[in-house]
Design a protein around this ligand. Structure first.
Ligand SMILES: [Zn+2]
Length: 270
């Protein structure tokens, strides 16, 4: 599942490629055909990410396209137009370049009140300048749910997925099963600031790197991490390997259906 930085990168790329241009909009696969036709020929005037949700707007079309990639979706921009259709392309945008959406969980047109309602159900997104971390705090400090589960709940916080949640808990030394209400406001503010930094890095580089300079491969004289997720991390998918800080084995457990990774020695707060 892509994390929020991927959606913000995608929104940036769509804006750079298409804003101000009249786009050809189609649904080669057919499932978005009527909606794609409403957009066809209109000027794309915005693309924004809120957490893991993408909203694309067009001049003189009141509705916005709402996309959620889900586990398997991709929205790939390639140079040129009239490209052959490969696979199940739900939505195609063309103007100089071609953007093909495949495998998305959601692709729909929403009216302005529907857009507002969708956004209102999302927690603050650390990548948005208008985000208010206290909205998440309001939910966290009254909850008996483990902080590790709250961080992944998109109604609490928008855009944080499995990698960022594991890493921000490690970096802030918070035991993942700590109940939300036992996390102090000060600790939450530190975690939020850390998420803002880490996720902005992710938008810039397109990968998730969370280790501090002293724990990078060159500094520690260790080989770089070999994992198809890429990126240097402390605990994510490092079960059984030595913690980069204390040397004890990293642990894994399943929480709310997702793998959670942590170091029981380093993560002692809460
Ligand atoms: Zn450790």
């Amino acid at each position: 599942m892509p994390e929020g930085h991927t959606l913000h990168r995608l929104a940036d790329e769509l804006r750079t490629t298409y804003v101000g241009r009249a786009v050809t909009s189609s649904s080669p696969q057919g499932r978005f055909a009527a909606e794609a036709a409403r957009i066809d020929g209109h000027v794309l005037d915005g693309a924004e990410a809120w957490g893991k949700h993408l909203f694309v707007s067009f001049a003189d079309v009141p509705e916005q396209a709402h996309v959620h990639l889900g586990l398997y979706g991709t929205f790939v921009i390639s140079p040129g137009v009239d490209r052959p259709v490969v696979g199940q392309v739900r939505w195609r945008l063309e103007a100089g370049s071609t953007a093909d959406l495949r495998g998305a969980n959601t692709c729909e047109l929403l009216t302005p009140p529907e857009v507002d309602a969708r956004i209102a159900r999302l927690g603050p997104d650390p990548l948005r300048a208008d985000a208010d971390p206290d909205r998440a705090w309001h939910r966290i400090h009254r909850s008996t749910t483990p902080i590790a589960a709250l961080l992944m709940d998109q109604a609490v916080l928008g855009g944080v997925g499995n990698v960022y949640r594991a890493e921000v808990l490690f970096r802030n030394e918070v035991a993942p099963m700590t109940a939300g209400r036992r996390v102090t406001h000060k600790r939450w503010n530190a975690m939020w600031a850390d998420l803002v930094d880490l996720m902005r890095d992710g938008v810039r580089t397109g990968r998730i790197d969370t280790v501090r300079p002293e724990h990078e491969p060159e500094a520690m004289g260790r080989p770089p991490r070999a994992d198809d997720h890429g990126g240097e991390v402390y605990v994510y998918r490092r079960e059984g390997q030595a913690c980069l800080v204390c040397g004890m084995p990293v642990r894994r457990r399943v929480l709310a259906g997702r793998n959670l990774f942590w170091c029981p020695t380093c993560q002692h707060r809460g």
